[in-house]
Design a protein around this ligand. Structure first.
Ligand code: CAA
Length: 284
């Protein structure tokens, strides 16, 4: 894939843009407004600086990633792309609208259209396009430059060729490890991870233990790299809530229902790292 488009330059889109540009593809990143684009560019800059400062990347590599990245507010700039990855907010209506726009903009009849959704059925997004057989789920993990996994999700209509091309891109170009899942809410990882995060939030909400002790318990007791509340803050409480809602909608199991504390914090704008405050504070 020489020409790739990424729609959305938030936590996930910026990381997907970085690793795709690092793999040598030319990447056009689309955002909805100038402020969101500026924040996305800054996010990529910070990630590249961190990689250079920690010796994970040379200055030359960082420069070539910059050279491979272009930014735009206009979907028309996706016209010549061979692959477009959608990574906008985890909201079905927003994603459906974005998929219609991508489908209208991309001229290559063989282009792949991928979504980084964590939980929205791939078939729903595919049916918003005129080429459902070329739509596939490619689900990355945050932080994308660091975590090796991509979940590949074919819908009932995704062609074998689309699956094969997406798999080759993820493994050969991006050097990720691919696992496959059926088109079910949460796929493999979030179907397991989100109930665990919700349990930790319920534990905090009921006064069972403090946030610090819950997280320390899982870091030191189970050797997780971070505790469930810090991880919810990293994912973003709005995204954690959205994924929980999709899981509950799909399976209707009580343990998948978002706890009120998660909803209230999201409504209050306490969304974790990206807003400076979640279960923990990130204000400097
Ligand atoms: N490119 C390459 N390497 C980079 C990089 C970049 N842009 N940025 C950072 N790195 C490297 C660093 O050099 C560092 O390398 P070493 O460990 O060899 O020194 C490594 O990546 C870790 O980076 P940091 O030092 O910044 O951070 P850390 O050591 O404190 O670890 C963490 C932070 C990676 C987030 C770790 O705590 C972790 O893995 N946490 C769990 C994250 C997780 O579970 N994510 C999944 C969330 S679920 C999701 O994303 C999907 C969803 O749908 C909701």
């Amino acid at each position: 894939m020489d020409r790739v488009g990424i729609v959305g330059c938030g936590l996930m889109g910026s990381g997907i843009a970085e690793v795709t540009a690092r793999a040598g593809s030319h990447v056009v990143v689309i955002e909805q407004d100038a402020d969101a684009l500026a924040r996305g560019i800054e996010r990529i800059e910070r990630s590249l600086s961190r990689a250079v400062n920690s010796g994970k990347m040379t200055d030359d590599e960082s420069a070539s990633i910059h050279a491979n990245l272009a930014f735009s507010l206009d979907f028309a700039d996706l016209a010549d792309r061979e692959l477009v990855v959608e990574a906008v907010a985890e909201n079905e209506l927003i994603k459906l609208d974005v998929f219609r726009k991508i489908d209208a903009a991309v001229e290559d009849p063989a282009a792949l259209l991928a979504t980084n959704t964590s939980s929205i059925p791939i078939i729903k997004l595919a049916m918003a396009t005129k080429r459902p057989e070329q739509v596939i789920g490619m689900h990355f993990f945050n932080p994308v430059p660091v975590l090796k996994l991509v979940e590949l999700i074919s819908s009932l209509l995704t062609s074998q060729e689309t699956n094969q091309r997406a798999r080759e891109f993820a493994t050969d170009a991006l050097k990720k490890k691919v696992i496959t899942s059926q088109d079910r809410a949460g796929f493999v990882v979030n179907a397991l991870l989100i109930p665990y995060l919700l349990s930790a939030i319920r534990m905090l909400e009921s006064g069972f233990a403090s946030a610090e002790d819950i997280d320390t318990g899982m870091v030191l007791g189970c050797a997780h790299p971070m505790g469930p509340l810090a991880l919810s803050d990293l994912i973003g409480l709005d995204t954690t809530l959205a994924v929980a809602e999709s899981l509950y909608e799909e399976f209707k199991e009580p343990h998948l229902a978002p706890p009120p504390l998660l909803s209230r914090m999201t409504q209050a704008g306490l969304m974790g790292r990206k807003s400076g405050q979640g279960f923990f504070s990130y204000r400097t």
